[in-house]
Design a protein around this ligand. Structure first.
Ligand code: SF4
Ligand code: SF4
Length: 299
């Protein structure tokens, strides 16, 4: 599996960059997903986005802690947070900067592509939205996806959202960055001081099941949100459990975002369909295909 972590600021398009990279991988017939992590939701605030690409189905849902590729959309972030934390020793980096790779100190000495994505974005888009330029540099430094697939993904995603003309301009920015990126080794002198993460670990997933429910101001909070909200009414497909196949690994129980899978005493599982919204995550993570999603919302 190849994991990518994007660091940018609100408004630079880090989320679209991650989604577009994932789409380019899907165009090449691979499995991929992408999603953001927002802190304070405002323009200019540091944001992260993640992408994973694999030849196999991807079941892990956590943030990316040990990226193979680090993408920094705003150089100033390097000074305010240890953006390269967890970056694999044989990983790679892409940085939006005027500097050469040799002038950049990420705290880990890795192969690095630098590109002045700000200048490219201002030339092509007339705005400092650097995501498509940075994707051109990503295509240059990795063989993750070809520049052709990247351009196709930009055309699909930006064309659908902003129209054909916008797609063409963004493809131009990606092509320019692909041509202009400099590749070399960056420095690894900066100490990477890792701040304690405030999020829970076991890789963030099972909030639904790892916390116990409680009542606050008369509203049930905790697993799956409010108990009064019968999310089972949203369901368009229903899990069908084959107990014979089940190896009782409890991945489904651990992963269900609604916390509606219960453990029996013998570690077999059962569903509370009042709350199962039919997302299918349990079926996706089951290692032995013991859960089939059946069309329809019946109980
Ligand atoms: S489909 Fe599975 S994971 Fe999704 S809500 Fe229902 S039980 Fe939970
Ligand atoms: S993930 Fe599959 S094998 Fe594991 S407990 Fe759930 S149904 Fe059983």
């Amino acid at each position: 599996m190849f994991e990518v972590r994007f660091h940018g600021r609100g408004g630079q398009g880090a989320v679209m960059a991650a989604q577009t990279l994932a789409e380019a991988a899907v165009i090449e017939g691979r499995h991929a997903h992408a999603f953001p992590f927002f802190g304070a939701e405002r323009r200019g605030a540091p944001v992260m986005a993640f992408a994973r690409i694999d030849d196999e189905k991807i079941s892990i849902k956590s943030q990316v802690y040990e990226p193979d590729l680090l993408v920094v959309l705003d150089e100033s972030l390097i000074d305010i947070e240890p953006v390269a934390r967890g970056l694999k020793k044989d990983g790679k980096a892409v940085v939006n900067t005027r500097k050469s790779p040799q002038e950049i100190d990420l705290g880990v000495e890795v192969e690095c592509a630098t590109v002045n994505a700000n200048a490219i974005a201002l030339e092509f888009l007339k705005a400092p939205i650097v995501n498509t330029a940075i994707l051109g540099a990503v295509a240059r430094i990795t063989d993750l996806v070809s520049i052709g697939s990247m351009k196709q993904a930009i055309e699909n995603r930006f064309g659908e959202k902003f129209g054909e003309a916008a797609a063409r301009i963004n493809i131009g920015a990606a092509e320019a960055a692909y041509e202009q990126a400099s590749v070399g080794l960056c420095q690894g002198r900066r100490p990477l001081v890792i701040k304690r993460e405030w999020l829970p670990d076991w890789r963030d997933i099972p909030i639904g099941n790892s916390l116990s429910a409680g009542i606050k101001d008369g509203v049930m909070v905790g697993p799956g949100g409010a108990r009064q909200n019968l999310t089972g009414s949203w369901r368009m497909q229903t899990p069908h459990y084959d107990q014979e196949k089940c190896v009782r690994c409890l991945r489904c129980w651990f992963t269900c975002p609604e916390g509606c899978i219960k453990r029996e005493d013998d570690d077999h599982v059962r569903w509370d369909l009042n709350y199962c919204k039919g997302c299918g995550i349990c079926s996706q993570v089951c290692p032995v295909t013991a859960i089939d999603m059946i069309k329809g919302g019946s109980r």
